[in-house]
Design a protein. Structure first.
Length: 442
């Protein structure tokens, strides 16, 4: 005789869904729920029924029965016939309140809200745990690319050492365009806007805020440590120049905005984690170098699994809705069978390493006067701070010569001190750019 959980459903008991928001993602979620109702019933074991959709305005033709629409999101969430709440509104305050209300009522939540999760994952996860509810958020990182569930479940028995990813399509499109056409940043940003890849206000994308929120989520999952957006060191791409692209190509690299999460060990042998977002030189042989346009990719490195790469559409209504629906089916199955998915794991509680203590390699592009003693003086400043130089390349002559130094692995603080000291030398040295070099050994 098969035993059934006391909270399990029968096949004739529908599972009610509330969708909050009907933008690009919400519209696709609603379409899939309505068009694929029979398939979803077969996959879940019970009917999956759309109970209502919260919108800002009801006077817009949205192609759904008017009785499904409401402007009172809180009342929709509170309905007794709603079992799962899908939040695709965006923003912080309203979604936070609505999600907490749902979780505190024992209702499961599926959200694509990376900004909210990057700041309030702990609060939301604790509410889910208290009320034995599910909180799923695959769509919050990299759109349709399945990376959250592999980190939470597939790699739960492994030790993840590093996660590196291109997780923002807007910046990747801009940098790809700069590399391919030779255009500068402003021209490429304008083109991205024309093609719909950049918002009217692109700040969240181009200054790295979007990627930093995703990095916080990835680091939390990979290292079993609660990480917020405030813990993430962030630089955007607005200062990347066409000259940077040229010098990158000269050393066999491309420039990418990377989200980097990794374990680092300090001088005392204590383990910390570094979480950062910044433009990086990526060697052409690295798998992330070939990720172009608006595509995203995440590379995970683990002890037993080795290197894994996840690649695909990182944004857009349909791809993101695909991830939302995957979470929704999981949450619905749990409701049907009376189970629950894995919750937050923060047992490791690793400290966050400040950017100054983070080791990596550097590509330093300088304008110098081509005179005797200049190269020796520059090299001496690196040596004073224990930074070993891998290669030096000089281009041009006279007062406007260019000197490019590539270092071995060194701490960020030592490099910052060196850059400051170079500007104080008796001969003029202008540091035009500093790019970190990733994925190329020492």
């Amino acid at each position: 005789m098969t035993s059934i959980s006391m909270n399990a459903r029968t096949a004739d008991q529908p599972i009610g869904i509330a969708v909050l928001g009907m933008g690009n993602v919400g519209t696709e979620v609603v379409r899939i729920l309505r068009d694929n109702a029979e398939d979803l019933r077969a996959r879940v074991g019970a009917p999956v029924v759309l109970r209502g959709i919260a919108v800002r305005r009801k006077d817009i033709d949205r192609g759904v029965p008017e009785e499904l629409l409401t402007t009172d999101a809180a009342a929709l969430v509170a309905r007794d016939d709603v079992d799962i709440v899908v939040e695709v509104i965006g923003g912080i305050d309203q979604p936070r309140s609505l999600i907490l209300s749902a979780l505190n009522s024992g209702k499961s939540v599926v959200t694509a809200n990376k900004a909210l999760l990057a700041d309030y994952t702990g609060e939301l996860a604790e509410a889910a745990e208290r009320n034995r509810a599910d909180l799923y958020f695959e769509a919050a990182v990299a759109g349709a690319i399945p990376v959250v569930r592999p980190l939470m479940q597939s790699l739960a028995g492994d030790r993840v050492n590093r996660v590196a990813g291109i997780v923002n399509g807007t910046t990747n499109y801009i940098l790809s365009a700069m590399a391919e056409t030779g255009a500068d940043y402003a021209e490429s940003l304008a083109q991205a806007g024309i093609l719909g890849y950049a918002e009217a206000d692109p700040t969240a994308d181009v200054e790295g805020y979007d990627a930093a929120a995703k990095a916080a989520i990835l680091a939390s999952l990979a290292f079993h440590t609660r990480v917020t957006a405030a813990d993430v060191y962030r630089e955007g791409i607005s200062k990347v120049s066409a000259e940077d692209m040229t010098t990158a190509a000269a050393v066999g690299c491309v420039v990418k905005l990377l989200a980097l999460c990794e374990r680092v060990v300090d001088e005392d042998g204590k383990e910390r984690i570094s979480v950062r977002v910044h433009p990086s030189l990526v060697p052409l042989k690295h798998p992330l170098a070939s990720v172009n346009g608006a595509f995203n990719a995440v590379v995970v490195e683990a002890d037993a699994a080795g290197r894994l790469m996840f690649y695909g559409q990182g944004a857009g209504g349909a791809p993101t809705a695909s991830a939302v629906m995957g979470d929704l089916v999981m949450a619905a199955r749990n409701k049907f069978y009376g189970g629950r998915g894995p919750g937050e794991s923060t047992y490791a509680k690793l400290p966050i390493a400040p950017i100054g203590d983070t080791p990596t390699r550097y590509h330093v592009n300088m304008q110098v006067a081509d005179r005797p003693g200049v190269l020796a003086g520059v090299a001496a400043e690196f040596a004073k701070r224990g930074i070993s130089i891998s290669t030096v390349r000089q281009e041009g002559a006279g007062e406007g010569a260019r000197l490019v130094v590539v270092t071995h692995i060194a701490k960020d603080s030592a490099l910052a001190e060196t850059v400051a000291a170079l500007s104080e030398l008796e001969f003029e040295v202008v540091v035009k750019s500093v790019l970190r070099l990733e994925g190329n050994g020492e």
